[in-house]
Design a protein around this ligand. Structure first.
Ligand code: NDP
Ligand SMILES: O=C1OC[C@@H](O)[C@H](O)[C@H]1O
Length: 367
């Protein structure tokens, strides 16, 4: 879909503002600083000190002690929302009201209803909006679809994903932090891409249906800390996943077909490796040797050195495979330059469908 307005998008250099100065902002700023024709011109923080600390460290010229000021900067093209999930709808709406394109960290909203309000606002203003489920932009994910579509593992019947890590139970929802990566993986494996807009289709009528779910809530905050779900996908396919912020799992995913299996090892949500094992005849012994497809992270993106309080530091990346944020941010730049309102790699339809699924799992598990 093309934007109908304005000339700012035709400029070669795309100018970003970062809102929130925490862990993922630390990783994304290093990526953006290394992309061609890309500048981080502003940072917004809840405090002047926070903006100054982050801005000085990363050489960002405009340091604002509020998100409002950063979003209102007339020279900013795209706001990257890197605040905690519970704030995302309000921070996205602020950026949209200021006329900015948005890349919002996951989860953009707690459910499909709120997500639709945000997408409606972006659409009404002809602005690009990308929900930063960064998995979707990795080359390995495209390879997975190629393997499935080629029939190499026969007819795909089911898929599973597991993302459990003991880091933050009670402070946020497991479904929104790690479950979303599992849900988007199942959607990709069992449905494939869908580039339609969210209001072109009746998502509830055609989408996946929750057939079972179970959750454990945090004793003090009541937030879900461990959830498992079984989902029926169109075309007689079954998906299952487990997510947790209270215990560990191998954080891998698998796709099962009538003639073989695709394994995506840790870290399946930002994958660089895909393995295919085929059943070559009847019987438990007749399996092919695994064929491994590897997709190294961009070698030109590195952890940057900084100067902080007069001392040279190398903060590095906080999260595994963060160099891969380059796939996502390059795509956002491309969509912005091409005046698109969404990315075909993670359409608003698929985004709403995933959040509806998360919401249905929550309802099922609460029964
Ligand atoms: N794509 C990915 O790989 C990853 C994505 N994420 C997602 O990114 C988002 C941010 O996560 P992360 O960077 O780990 O979080 P952090 O807590 O490290 O940082 C969040 C930042 O948001 C700002 N903020 C605004 N309101 C609050 C508040 N009430 N409490 C705390 N901070 C607040 C703060 O910046 P300031 O004080 O400057 O305003 C803070 O530094 C989450 O939605 C998470 O799911 C997280 C990790 C990896
Ligand atoms: O989004 C995320 O949240 C949890 C992290 O451990 C993970 O690496 C990241 O992608």
């Amino acid at each position: 879909m093309m934007m109908s307005v304005s000339d700012p998008t035709s400029r070669t250099v795309v100018r970003w503002a970062i809102m929130g100065t925490g862990s993922i902002a630390n990783d994304m700023v290093q990526i953006l600083k290394q992309l061609p024709n890309t500048e981080v011109i502003a940072v917004g923080s809840r405090s002047v000190d926070g903006a100054k600390r982050f801005g000085d460290r990363w050489g960002i010229p405009r340091k604002y002690g509020s998100y409002e000021e950063a979003a209102s900067d007339k020279d900013v093209d795209i706001c990257y929302i890197a605040t905690p999930s519970m704030r995302h709808p309000q921070d996205c709406l602020l950026a949209i009201q200021c006329g900015k394109a948005v890349l919002c960290e996951k989860c953009m909203a707690p459910d499909d209803i709120v997500a639709k309000e945000v997408l409606d606002a972006a659409k009404a203003s002809n602005l690009l909006f990308v929900h930063g489920v960064w998995s979707r932009f990795f080359p390995a994910m495209k390879k997975i679809r190629e393997i499935i579509d080629s029939g190499e593992i026969g007819t795909v019947r089911s898929a599973r994903a597991s993302f459990c890590q003991n880091d933050g139970a009670g402070s946020c929802s497991a479904l929104l932090e790690t479950g979303i990566y599992c849900a988007q993986f199942l959607q990709w494996a069992l449905e494939g891409p869908d580039t339609t807009s969210y209001d072109d289709t009746d998502i509830a009528a055609k989408g996946p249906i929750v057939r079972g779910a179970c959750q454990v809530l945090h004793d003090e905050t009541g937030l879900d800390e461990h959830v498992t779900a079984i989902i029926e996908f169109p075309g007689k396919k079954i998906g299952s996943f487990e997510c947790s912020l209270a215990h560990c799992s191998n954080r891998s995913a698998t796709i099962y077909g009538s003639e073989g299996v695709i394994d995506v090892p840790f870290p399946f949500w930002c994958p660089t490796k895909v393995t295919v094992t085929r059943m070559t005849g009847l019987g438990s012994q007749q399996w092919s040797e695994p064929v491994v497809h590897e997709f190294p992270l961009p070698s030109n993106i590195v952890a940057l050195s900084t100067e902080c309080d007069g001392t040279e530091e190398k903060p590095g990346f906080n999260f595994v495979n963060s160099q891969g944020l380059a796939y996502e941010s390059e795509e956002v730049n491309r969509c912005f330059r091409e005046r698109r309102m969404e990315t075909p790699s993670f359409s608003s339809h698929q985004c709403i469908e995933i959040l509806r699924l998360i919401s249905d799992i929550r309802k099922y598990a609460s029964k």
